[in-house]
Design a protein around this ligand. Sequence first.
Ligand code: NAP
Ligand code: GDD
Length: 343
Amino acid sequence: MKKAFITGVTGQDGSYLAELLLSKGYEVHSILRRSSVFTSARIDHLMRHPHFFTYHGDLTDSSNLHTLLAKIQPHEVYNLGAQSHVAVSFEVPEYTAEVDAVGTIRLLNAIKDAKIRTRFYQASTSELYGGIPATAPQSEKTPFHPKSPYGAAKLYAYWATVNYREAYGLYACNGILFNHESPRRGETFVTKKITKAAARIKQGRQPDLTLGNLNAQRDWGYAKEYVEAMWLMLQQETPTDYVVATGKVFSVRQFVEMAFEEAGLQIEWRGSGADEIGVNKRTGEILVKIDPKYYRPAEVDFLCGDPSLISKNLGWSARTNLRQLVKIMVQYDLHHDSYGAEG
Ligand code: NAP
Ligand code: GDD
């Protein structure tokens, strides 16, 4: 039986990946951070699975990582743990680097020092391309230009992964994943914030929604499909870094329109800049407002990935388009209050 070790299992991707690996017959080992409240909502349905194991652990604790890896001797390691919020990284830059950058090298070094024969997946990100002009979709060959402490920390982790591959012959690769969403998406990321608000406004449980930059453009895919790409990357003869994306781009404004439409509300935009509002086309009621507190010190305006390499080499491509994804998320939010196995 193959053994996998996952950091970040309580997050959106970690929970889908654990499900995928268990369905493939893996034994799944994972770390949970100690917290004063329960953080396992996304994996509660897996807790009784005979092949699913959790341990207290943290990417800031080298000895903990070393001990666990030496004991478990996993065949595959998926490093998904991170302070993953770009806006928050401007407020806690040092902590973000500690977890996202140094945490990755701690894990790589634990694998090297404990002499574990394993394959390593690093959760790299399209944020690496942050400031690249919007001339063409971004591929594995596009130069990097991170625009946040999060992006800078992930850049270090990207190169640390490449370095351990080149220096020590470790089977290590980066998945450069563009934004991917689901009903399990954290509630402070823009898509989930919008779909949850659209559902609650429709149900009369919330008056309106306040957002930041409506003009940012993203390449949004479905997280459940993106964890399949992570697994595929570790099943090849040679480790290779891949962009994982849909190749299609939409603005936050378009996402708002689609989500409210799915909830049965049509949005009409009035005004501009921080004074722009989105009103209910039928009643004129204000449903969307702007608050500049959600603007970032530096914004990533445009992200669109070129998934041709992964499509050609691994046969992976996104199956769910944005309208279908919005439907999945809004319908979930209309019928559920929290994360769960159904999401
Ligand atoms: P997420 O929902 O925010 O989950 C992050 C996970 O990391 C959680 O399990 C969290 O644990 C854990 N974590 C945070 N700090 C940690 C620490 N010090 N030690 C150990 N674990 C820690 O993120 P996600 O959307 O699933 O993304 C997974 C990974 O892919 C992240 O590395 C993210 O940066 C990267 N990524 C995401 C996207 C995307 O669009 N989703 C795109 C590209 C790359 P708690 O539950 O205890 O907070
Ligand atoms: N979070 C948030 N909240 N974002 C907003 C808001 C708001 O109220 N209003 C507008 N936005 C804009 C942000 O300025 C950004 O341009 C865009 O919506 C997307 O923001 P997020 O959903 O927070 O995601 P992100 O693109 O910054 O980062 C996510 O994707 C990266 C991959 O590109 C995260 O999952 C990162 O961990 C991941 O690496």
